[in-house]
Design a protein around this ligand. Structure first.
Ligand SMILES: [Zn+2]
Length: 371
């Protein structure tokens, strides 16, 4: 299936996005699944599943290794030109060091979230900075707008300059100044609006707080990752859907975990282009609604037709055929696959396993001495 998909993209310059999901949080994770998705179509085109034994029991390095494997395999067959990932520093380093020809983008939505956090931090740090807090939504929207403007430029240097320029214009706009010597805002004439937060005054302390947010050096440095205006929302949907195949609360052996995550990817790819559901009388598309507690707004979502899982009989037929054509007995010895972590160690413990009986006896002796 993967090879058929690859063949479809054989002549394209590809932008892919990737994200890893662990079976339990961070350092205690045993398995990690990394999906790589083609950004335009949303097809999953590569998967890597790792066990902590593959990385010398250092769970935190699994994501980096998984992405490294995926990109190496993809680059052998396809022309990947850009990759969008999460913003961890080890991933940034990996792309910069090992995949120099790739353009590295980061997810805009996550950045918007982190800008909101930094605004809250500035507001909390000094009394009298409340006005910056009231501008949170405007600042975040402005960031999205800047990324969108940058993405209109083919040339990345031009894109970056346009993005920075637009971003800094916020310092004028927030003071109710929409035209200045080096530029102007591109919004329509501003109508009086009671809900609009109060304008800033350059002589006041809260303007300094706004400058602190807008001119934050690490933020300006990070702009280069956002000029393509990439968002990896689909990957997050896939990750959350895949939990139906491999729940976080259950511990799976590597090969079963891998098979479950592969099935999730097949489900995703197969159902990617589902049609929009229409009402029982036909015609109108169906929507559902959800209340967002943070923005205090109702959001709508288009409902799609139910999944039909028509590929399952095909997979079953393939399994039966393999069995029919297999001339050996079912009770023969089957070797573990080359990359099964049980070839490295039988358990994920840092020390060699002790028999349960021995453990019990040790415990008994300790108990005896205490008495
Ligand atoms: Zn303006």
């Amino acid at each position: 299936m993967r090879e058929e998909l690859w063949a479809q993209f054989a002549n394209d310059d590809l932008t892919v996005c990737g994200d890893g999901q662990c079976d339990s949080p961070g350092f205690s994770a045993k398995n990690l699944c990394y999906y790589v998705m083609e950004m335009i179509t949303g097809y999953v085109i590569e998967i890597e599943v790792l066990d902590k034994r593959h990385v010398g029991l250092k769970s935190s390095t699994m994501e980096k290794k998984a992405l490294n494997h995926c990109l190496q395999r993809l680059q052998r067959v396809l022309n990947v030109i850009e990759v969008c990932t999460d913003a961890s520093s080890s991933i940034k380093k990996l792309i910069a060091d090992e995949f120099k020809t790739l353009f590295h983008s980061l997810d805009v939505w996550h950045k918007a979230k982190s800008i909101r956090k930094s605004i809250q931090k500035v507001v909390a740090s000094t009394k009298g900075n409340d006005k910056v807090g009231k501008w949170s939504n405007q600042i975040i929207n402005h960031f999205w707008h800047c990324c969108s403007i940058a993405s209109e430029h083919e040339d990345t240097t031009e894109a970056l300059a346009a993005m920075k320029d637009k971003w800094l214009s916020l310092l004028h706009h927030a003071c109710n100044e929409h035209e200045w010597t080096t530029g102007r805002c591109n919004h329509e004439e501003m109508e009086p609006n009671e809900e609009h937060p109060p304008w800033f005054d350059r002589r006041e302390q809260d303007y300094e707080a706004l400058q602190k947010v807008v001119l934050e050096p690490s933020l300006l440095d990070s702009f280069k990752y956002y000029v393509k205006f990439r968002h990896t929302g689909s990957l997050e949907c896939l990750n959350s859907m895949s939990l139906a195949y491999a729940a976080k609360r259950t511990s799976y052996k590597y090969r079963f975990y891998k098979a479950r995550k592969q099935l999730a990817a097949i489900d995703w790819n197969y159902h990617l282009d589902r049609k929009v559901a229409v009402g029982s009388k036909g015609g109108e598309a169906r929507y559902s609604r959800k209340y967002n507690q943070r923005t205090k707004e109702w959001n709508t979502r288009i409902i799609k037709v139910d999944k039909d899982y028509d590929y399952i009989p095909i997979i079953m037929a393939k399994v039966f055929r393999r069995r029919m054509e297999d001339v050996l007995h079912t009770d023969r010895h089957v070797s573990l696959s080359e990359n099964d972590p049980e070839r490295i160690a039988s358990t994920i413990a840092h020390t060699a396993p002790v028999s349960s009986k021995e453990l019990f006896e040790r415990h008994q002796t300790r108990f005896e001495t205490k008495k």
